[in-house]
Write a protein that binds this ligand. Structure first.
Ligand code: NAP
Length: 307
C-alpha cells in the first residue's frame, strides 16, 4: 500500500469538525497534517490562518476545502497551482463556470480534483441504483424537509447570494437522484424567498426525464419536529423508498439490510483511489439542477426569516 496522503484541512467549521477531522484521523490512507482557517483550528495540529501560510509552512500532498461555496474557488485554484490534490466539499462552487475552470487547472497541473457529494456514499444509494437498473420508472417523489434553525444556526453565508439557501441540503437529494435516475430536467418550479434574505427557504420543483416520467421535489427549511429526507421511486416492477438521507432502503415494504453509516469514510476512500489512479471526479449534475432552478423557477417572496 502506498504512503498515506498528507492532507491539510481548510475552513474549520461544523462539517470539518463533525466529519472531516474524525474520519481523516481514523483513515490509514491519510495523515492530517495541519489546518488553515481564519478562526478555527484542529486540536493538536499546526493551525494557520490562511491557505497560503499553510502551503508555505507544511509538506502536504492534498487539501480538503470546507469553507462556504462563495469563497472556495480562489482557494481551490491556489492549491491546484501549488500542485496539490483538492477535495471540494459540496457544492463544488457558487457557479458552474468556476468549477469548469478548476477542472481545467487540475488537468493542466496533473493533479486530482474531487468534487465530493457525501450523500452519494450513503449506504442505501448503491443498492438503490442497482435495484433501479433495468426497471421502467413511473414516478419519483423527493421530500427534503428540515429545520434550518437546528442544522444551520448563525450561518449567514447560507442565506446570501451563492449560499443557495434550502438548496444547501436540497442538493444532497439531487446528488442522490442524479446518481440513481436517468438524466432529467426541470420543467417548472417555485422558489420561496424570505423578504429579508437573498436565498430560498423552500422550493417546489417539477422535473421530467426524457420519457416524460414525473420527478417531483419539495425542499423546505421550515420543518420542525420529525425531519424528512426521503426519495420514493415507483417503477413497473415495484417501489423503493430511500429514507434518512439515503441511509435506509425499503423495497416493496421490506427494509433492506445495509451497513452502518460511513459516508465520509467512503468519500475519503474514493479521494484516495482517485489520487492513486491519477484521476479526477468532477460531476456538476446536482449543481446544474440548482442553477436551472434559479433560471427556470418562479420566485415568490414569503415572510421574513430571523434566526
Ligand atoms: P460553517 O460551520 O459555517 O463552517 C465554514 C467555515 O469556513 C467557517 O467556520 C469559517 O472558518 C470558514 N470560512 C472561510 N471563509 C468564510 C466566509 N466568507 N464566511 C463564512 N465562513 C468562512 O459551515 P459548514 O456547515 O461546515 O459548511 C461548510 C461547507 O460544507 C458547505 O459547503 C456545506 O454545504 C458543506 N457541508 C455542511 C454540512 C453540515 O452538516 N453543516 C454537511 C455536509 C457538507 P474561519 O472563520 O475559521 O475561517
Amino acid at each position: 500500500m502506498s504512503d498515506p496522503i498528507r492532507i491539510g484541512l481548510v475552513g474549520i467549521g461544523k462539517i470539518a469538525r463533525d466529519q472531516h477531522v474524525p474520519v481523516l484521523r481514523a483513515s490509514p490512507r491519510f495523515t492530517l497534517v495541519a489546518s488553515a482557517s481564519r478562526h478555527g483550528r484542529v486540536e493538536g495540529l499546526p493551525g494557520h490562518t490562511s491557505l497560503e501560510d499553510m502551503l508555505a509552512a507544511e509538506t502536504i500532498d492534498a487539501v480538503a476545502l470546507c469553507q462556504p461555496p462563495q469563497v472556495r474557488f480562489a482557494a481551490a485554484r491556489t492549491a491546484l497551482l501549488a500542485g496539490k490534490h483538492v477535495l471540494l466539499e459540496k457544492p463544488p462552487g457558487a457557479t458552474l463556470a468556476e468549477v469548469e475552470i478548476l477542472r481545467a487547472v487540475a488537468r493542466d497541473q496533473g493533479v486530482t480534483l474531487f468534487a465530493s457529494w457525501h450523500s452519494r456514499h450513503a449506504a442505501g444509494v448503491a443498492p438503490a441504483r442497482a435495484w433501479c437498473d433495468g426497471k421502467t420508472l413511473r414516478r419519483v417523489a423527493i421530500t427534503w424537509k428540515e429545520d434550518v434553525r437546528y442544522w444551520h444556526p448563525g450561518q449567514d453565508w447560507i442565506w446570501q447570494a451563492g449560499g443557495m439557501g434550502v438548496f444547501d441540503p436540497g442538493i444532497n437529494a439531487l446528488s442522490i437522484a442524479t446518481a440513481i435516475l436517468p438524466p432529467f430536467f426541470l420543467t417548472d418550479g417555485t422558489l420561496e424567498v424570505p423578504a429579508n434574505r437573498a436565498a430560498p427557504i423552500a422550493a417546489d420543483l417539477t422535473f421530467a426525464d426524457a420519457a416524460g416520467t414525473p420527478i417531483h421535489a419539495v425542499f423546505d427549511w421550515r420543518q420542525t419536529g420529525p425531519q424528512t429526507w426521503d426519495i420514493v421511486i415507483e417503477t413497473d416492477a415495484g417501489r423503493a423508498v430511500l429514507s434518512e438521507g439515503g441511509s435506509m432502503l425499503t423495497i416493496d415494504g421490506a427494509a433492506q439490510p445495509l451497513p452502518p453509516e460511513a459516508e465520509y469514510r467512503g468519500l475519503y476512500d474514493h479521494f484516495a483511489d482517485l489520487v492513486a489512479a491519477g484521476e479526477s471526479d468532477v460531476d456538476v449534475a446536482p449543481l446544474r439542477h440548482v442553477a436551472d432552478a434559479f433560471l427556470r423557477a418562479t420566485r415568490r417572496e414569503v415572510e421574513a426569516f430571523d434566526d
